[in-house]
Design a protein around this ligand. Structure first.
Ligand code: UD1
Length: 417
């Protein structure tokens, strides 16, 4: 079985280019399904989550090609009458298609989504919001059918500013009759990207970037050519790595503007950051300072997706750090893996991890259990002395195009095999 092998314990030097954003491209792909035309999506990352979404779209009748980093989606002739959703069942990224399918066809059957094992990940907010737009939901074991004759605009207040729910309502709203107002909408950069794509395709959306989005539905949508922005989480992962190992790296295209909270944390740990039009340059400090308290928050706060990578770095910081996870309730799965490498981490209640910095980590065999936790184990492997073997790289491949290539660009001794 494949595993990532790392001979760690050396500083990283070099530069690498940051791929297109996973969380931005998936909803854009879903949106393309609603457009009876051809969309060209540039800078599309070659990752397994995108391949799954391609399969879903193909199963629904879209013609999809992915050449290099250019993805073309032709949704002119989808199987409108056979789209019961059998193709969708069981696919992890299916929830992203819910609003789009209702918008285009008015019916879909889905299994409850899987995805990363980082907590309950309910979809009640998605379903309740869509109900307000006239969608009727029939639940049956392990899944549900959602049906609507005509989507109607509505005022929707999201009790939690969920990224996925905001995206689904946005997509449905673009196809709905009348005006939809989303209150307490998520403000993550990926929402802005989706709005920009929709606007470029002819949709009318106001309030982009804020917590109230106003969508005038039923404007004619047309194909467009759109470029996916660079992945702020992938950039953050590599940035954390150099803080962990020491060294000096340049991340080409890293979206500094979207990474403010992460860059601030990097400076608190001791890193020196230089931002330019071309990307972000990071010089690790000589000493790694512990962080007395850091918590994950919705954007622009410190992202939950960066929590595990940060934890890896703090395992060898000088002093005691506390991380509080406020977004997902079960996102400390790497704790036991890091402990195997010699880290001093204890859980305090359900939401906090207390990290007592140790002098060094030692390589050993560890197992990735989800995407960002897996990447964090690669960071720990780069930091640790000796060889680290990270099992289950398939989790990492969901979101990182070629993590070994990128780390080799930064001078790491790493391969998959
Ligand atoms: C998205 C991102 C993920 C990121 C997360 C938070 C994608 C593909 N994934 O996930 O990488 O970690 O945003 O920034 O873009 N919740 C409910 N009911 C719902 C929906 C969500 O209670 O119906 C809760 C969740 O359990 C969680 C919180 O809301 O506690 C935020 O989740 P949400 O923003 O929806 O995350 P995702 O869209 O799943």
């Amino acid at each position: 079985m494949d595993a990532i092998h790392i001979r760690g314990g050396k500083a990283l030097f070099g530069e690498t280019k940051i791929q297109g954003s996973k969380n931005a491209v998936l909803p854009v792909m879903a949106a393309a399904l609603m457009i009876k035309d051809v969309c060209i999506i540039e800078n599309c990352p070659r990752i397994s989550d995108v391949y799954h979404m391609q399969q879903l779209l193909t199963g629904i009748g879209c013609r999809v090609t992915h050449i290099g980093h250019t993805l073309t989606i032709d949704a002119r002739n989808i199987f409108e009458d056979t789209m019961s959703g059998d193709n969708v069942t069981g696919m992890r990224s299916s929830i992203t298609l819910l609003g789009a399918m209702l918008g285009r066809v008015g019916e879909v059957t889905m299994a409850y989504p899987g995805g990363c094992v980082i907590g309950e990940r309910p979809i009640d907010l998605h379903l309740n919001a869509l109900r307000r737009m006239g969608v009727v939901i029939y639940e049956k074991d392990g899944g549900f059918t959602a049906r609507v004759k005509e989507l109607e605009g509505a005022v929707i207040h999201l009790p939690v500013s969920s990224v996925g729910a905001t995206e689904n309502v946005l997509l449905a709203a673009v196809m709905a009759k009348g005006v939809t107002v989303i209150q307490n909408a998520a403000k993550e950069p990926e929402i802005i990207t989706l709005c920009e794509f929709l606007r470029q395709s002819g949709a009318v959306i106001e309030g982009i970037g804020g917590s109230v989005l106003i969508i005038q539905g039923r404007h004619e949508l047309h194909g467009t050519c759109f470029t996916v922005p660079a992945d702020r989480i992938v950039a953050g992962t590599y940035l954390m790595s150099v803080l962990g190992t020491g060294g000096h790296i340049f991340l080409e295209d890293a979206p500094a503007e979207q990474m403010r909270s992460v860059l601030q944390i990097a400076e608190e740990i001791g890193g020196e950051i230089h931002i330019s039009r071309e990307g972000v340059d990071i010089i690790a400090g000589e000493h790694k300072r512990a962080l007395p308290y850091v918590k994950t928050e919705v954007y622009p706060g410190f992202p939950t997706d960066m929590q595990s990578p940060l934890m890896s770095v703090l395992t060898t910081a000088e002093g005691i750090s506390i991380i509080e996870e406020t977004i997902f309730e079960d996102r400390f799965r790497i704790l036991e893996q890091l402990k195997k490498m010699g880290a001093g981490i204890e859980r305090k209640g359900k939401r906090q991890a207390v990290i007592s910095g140790v002098d060094f980590l030692l390589g050993c065999e560890v197992t990735a259990q989800e995407l960002r936790g897996g990447a964090a184990l690669v960071i720990a492997g780069c930091m640790a002395f000796g060889e680290t073997v990270v099992r289950n790289p398939c989790f990492i491949e969901r979101g990182y195009e070629d993590i070994c290539r990128d780390y080799r660009n930064l001078g790491a001794d790493i391969y998959i095999g």
